[in-house]
Design a protein around this ligand. Structure first.
Ligand code: GTP
Ligand code: SPV
Ligand code: MN
Length: 591
């Protein structure tokens, strides 16, 4: 036992009584304990040890084929009142859910060990951090939580002896039965119960379950924000660093933008990009009235396919040691890993993500699952920010929303003010990806990229955003929207993306510093063609015009869809957003 906190001890005992494990092991975070667990996992084939010369400390894990992504239809917000979960979440009465899940958890850990994982979301000792405890029967979860969070004894340093401010996470892989898979959140009890999955976002309970769903609810009550945002710093040649936070839906480019390598043109001048976070930001108003962000995580759970030495060398470098690979191909030629888009040279002698023999040169099937991932320690990242562990976070100059839109949304635009920015965030739409089970490529509204992650009524969430803006007043970050995914008539991307996105970031910073003018349009300010630096880029003026263009008819159609979407929220929709929609309609008519 690593703590004297009575609330922790009592709750762990209750869960032990329910799950009836043969053993209970408290995870202190020591090297010896973790090594011992890895040894067991290798023996039971839960982990495959990779080539320790090429990939020291690295392992491969394969999940069941029915368990490869988040399951939104099995994810529940169990607030006492249905209205508090809102129209975008699955709701279940907490008593009903507890009683249903108690039957599934009863005795589920017989012949198994329960691991008690204390962890901190956010740096140890930071006033912005929070403590969680996850109980699990999966060593894969322990090893991943060690990478993704500050795990072990140290986490309890952030929890006073009598405090009840910790999130109670209970997880069992049970039989990985998809019919009885549930990811249930009880925001009013600081509690998460997850059963019958062993995959990423469903089971690493510190991540989406705590750091977004529970934390967004806590943030609303406590006056701060938990967002699905990357955080990056841009250092200018004078050594000054400005920070931006960006919210894109799952598998829409956060990790890539967070680790961006500037084009030669900027590198030569001395510009640098630093990663603070790639998925989640916790934001609070600091003593100087500005908005500050920490990354509550300690590692990256990144999409593997498409990651290579050109697209994201920093991510690739981060995976070279102490990394867990999930559902990628196993290259038997040298006992390493491979995924689509790693290089042009797939192994002939390999095992695919499903565990079958696979020849990358001849097989039509994919070697890695489209949502295969790497879990890599943040400290491995060559461009990790010096401020990564800063307990006060970093000041945010700009907030960026974005998504995958083949048409409609231009490459970049600036909103008129915070309230208009909240409207733009609230109405962002994006094509679905493999990060969640279900159809891929369907356009859906995904407000602030939080649709699957908001732990309470999204109408109240919009209101909370507006309230934060009122508190920030003239110190509020400027709000922008970007779209790297606009296509031409042939479905080809019009914008090269990745490192080239720096050009857009530079325009955004220039706007924040009041250094460039812009063109006022019905939807917001867009760059004047000459203000987006395209020196040494592959984009010609014709394409630039296309990606910055605004099709008024498409936008009028868009306002109709937004109107439909807003209806969902009934009286919970803030009046300010209704007004913003009317203003947009008027501007579109006048144009
Ligand atoms: P989650 O971890 O699911 O939240 O995803 P993410 O938002 O971090 O997305 P990530 O950076 O992993 O990118 C997902 C996919 O989008 C990968 O296949 C990338 O190759 C692709 N992608 C990222 N940035 C760009 C870009 O600028 N342009 C294009 N065309 N594709 C991109
Ligand atoms: C996402 O889906 O947004 C992810 C991966 O970052 S998961 O941890 O599975 O949520
Ligand atoms: Mn994510």
């Amino acid at each position: 036992m690593l703590t004297k906190n009575k609330n922790v001890l009592e709750w762990v005992q209750q869960m032990v009584d329910l799950c009836k494990p043969d053993n209970v092991v408290w995870i202190d975070g020591s090297e010896e304990q973790l090594n011992e667990l890895k040894k067991i996992a290798v023996q039971t084939k839960e982990l495959i040890e990779l080539n320790q010369e090429i990939l020291p400390g690295c392992y491969l894990h394969r999940t069941k084929q029915n368990d490869v992504a988040r399951v939104e239809d099995k994810t529940f917000i169990c607030s006492r009142k249905e209205e508090d979960a809102g129209p975008t979440n699955n709701w279940c009465d907490p008593e009903e859910m507890y009683s249903k899940l108690k039957k599934l958890f009863a005795g589920v850990m017989k012949n198994r060990t329960m691991y008690v994982i204390p962890y901190s979301m956010g740096p140890i000792g930071s006033h912005m951090s929070k403590v969680g405890v996850e109980l699990t029967d999966s060593i894969y979860v322990v090893i991943n939580m060690n990478i993704m969070t500050r795990m072990g004894k140290q986490a309890f340093e952030n929890l006073k002896e009598d405090s009840n401010d910790f999130v109670r996470g209970l997880h069992s892989k049970a039989n990985i039965d998809p019919e009885n898979r549930f990811i249930a959140h009880f925001p009013e009890d600081n509690t998460i119960w997850s059963i019958n999955s062993a995959y990423g976002g469903n089971v690493l309970l510190g991540k989406k379950c705590f750091a977004l769903r529970i934390a967004s609810y806590q943030g609303k009550n406590e006056g701060w924000m938990a967002e699905h945002m990357l955080i990056l710093g841009i250092e200018n040649p004078q050594g000054e660093v400005k920070y931006v936070a960006a919210a894109f839906p799952s598998a829409c480019g956060k990790t890539n933008l967070a680790m961006l390598i500037p084009p030669e043109l900027y590198k030569k001048q001395g510009y640098k990009v630093w990663t603070v976070g790639d998925d989640i930001a916790w934001l609070r108003i600091g003593q100087d009235g500005r908005l500050y962000a920490i990354n509550p995580e300690n590692g990256f759970f990144g999409v593997a396919p498409g990651t290579n030495s050109k697209s994201n060398p920093n991510a690739l470098e981060s995976t070279k040691k102490n990394t867990i690979f999930t559902n990628v191909a196993h290259n038997l030629e040298n006992n390493t890993v491979w995924w689509e888009g790693l290089n042009e040279n797939p192994p002939e002698n390999a095992i695919d993500w499903t565990g079958k023999e696979w020849n990358g040169k001849t097989s039509k099937e994919k070697g890695a699952h489209p949502n295969s991932r790497f879990t890599a320690p943040a400290k491995n990242c060559p461009c990790i920010s010096k401020e990564f562990n800063n307990p006060d976070g970093v000041p945010i100059s700009a907030i960026i929303f974005g998504g995958r839109r083949a048409k409609t949304t231009p490459l970049v635009y600036e909103t008129f003010n915070w309230q208009h920015g909240v409207f733009v965030g609230a109405t962002t739409a994006s094509e679905t990806t493999a990060a969640a089970a279900g159809k891929v490529g369907v356009v859906r509204r995904d407000p602030m990229a939080m649709l699957p992650f908001c732990g309470y009524n999204m109408g109240d969430y919009f209101k909370h955003w507006l309230t934060m803006g009122e508190k920030l007043k003239d110190k509020a970050p400027k709000i922008f929207n970007v779209n790297w995914f606009r296509t031409d008539e042939n479905g080809e991307f019009l914008w090269p993306g990745y490192g080239e996105n720096m050009r857009v970031l530079m325009w955004i910073l220039n706007r924040c510093n009041g250094e460039v003018d812009a063109k006022k349009t019905a939807i917001g300010y867009i760059p004047k063609k000459t203000d987006l630096n395209l020196e040494q880029s592959s984009v010609n003026e014709h394409n630039l015009e296309k990606i910055l263009s605004i099709d008024l008819n498409l936008w009028k159609q868009e306002t109709k869809e937004i109107e439909e979407f807003f209806k969902k929220f009934g009286s919970k929709l803030p009046l300010e957003l209704k007004n913003e929609l009317n203003n947009l309609k008027e501007r579109l008519e006048k144009n």
